[in-house]
Design a protein around this ligand. Structure first.
Ligand code: SAM
Length: 226
């Protein structure tokens, strides 16, 4: 395990492109900053249950990209598995908490402050790409970000995604209120049908992730290899 070095200083790589923070849609940036400006970890410090369930799929070493990783619960867990992790988010408050969590756990975590819609995504660089609950994206933004995620994987690299299905709008236990931001099997098959070893699972499960995601939820998981 490459898990003994101290947490690294956060990289500052703000790349908002044409979107300035003040002009971001519905002040989404400010909303997330405010949400994370509490001492507690909003989505907890334990990894997402789906991600944890895929531990056997992970390589023993290599690089991982955690997309919109927030306060780092998933990125830190991947680093604890021995991976060299780049954790992205646009919230400096969340990334600061991710660094603090990495330090507490005694692992190194690289963090980069980016708007994933505007980011110049690296190509063919990661053995693993993880995107857990990134449903802030509009359909157009999602097409762009999903393509960038596929492109960021090395050949043979592993893609892990979890999100909510439209049925989540009945549960109201987390996630966006816009149905077009949610995932269906057909949508994921259309986007990721080209991956090998593709597995998509729809399920209703109890969630307990900090105060942010609590209760029964309509989920959909994807595992695939480039
Ligand atoms: C529901 S949280 C999930 C966080 C993390 N993946 C987890 O499972 O704990 C969504 C995250 O997306 C981030 N986010 C929203 N819009 C973003 C954008 N345009 N670029 C980068 N991060 C964004 C938020 O700051 C927040 O951390």
């Amino acid at each position: 395990m490459a898990g003994t070095s101290p947490a690294m200083t956060p990289e500052k790589w703000i790349n908002m492109g044409t979107r300035s923070r003040e002009d971001l849609p519905n002040s989404e940036y400010q909303r997330w900053e405010k949400r994370f400006s509490v001492p507690d970890y909003v989505f907890g410090t334990a990894p997402n249950a789906f991600l944890q369930s895929q531990a056997d799929m992970l390589p023993e070493a290599g690089s991982a990209l955690a997309v919109a990783d927030g306060e780092g619960r998933n990125g830190v867990w991947l680093a604890e598995r021995g991976l060299d992790v780049l954790s992205t988010d646009w919230s400096p408050t969340a990334l600061g908490k991710a660094q603090a969590l990495a330090k507490r756990r005694g692992v190194a975590l690289r963090t980069v402050e980016v708007d994933v819609v505007q980011w110049q995504w690296p190509a063919a660089q990661f053995d693993v790409v993880v995107a857990i609950f990134i449903q802030f994206l509009t359909p157009d933004e999602r097409r762009h970000v999903f393509a960038a995620m596929r492109n960021a994987l090395k050949p043979g690299g592993l893609l892990l995604i979890e999100g909510y299905r439209p049925e989540q709008l009945n549960y109201r236990t987390g996630g966006p209120s816009l149905v077009e931001n949610l995932y269906t099997r057909a949508l994921l098959e259309a986007e990721f049908g080209g991956l090998s070893e593709l597995r998509i699972a729809e399920h209703d499960s109890m969630t307990s992730e900090g105060t942010g995601h609590v209760g029964m939820a309509a989920l959909i998981d994807l595992v695939g290899r480039k």
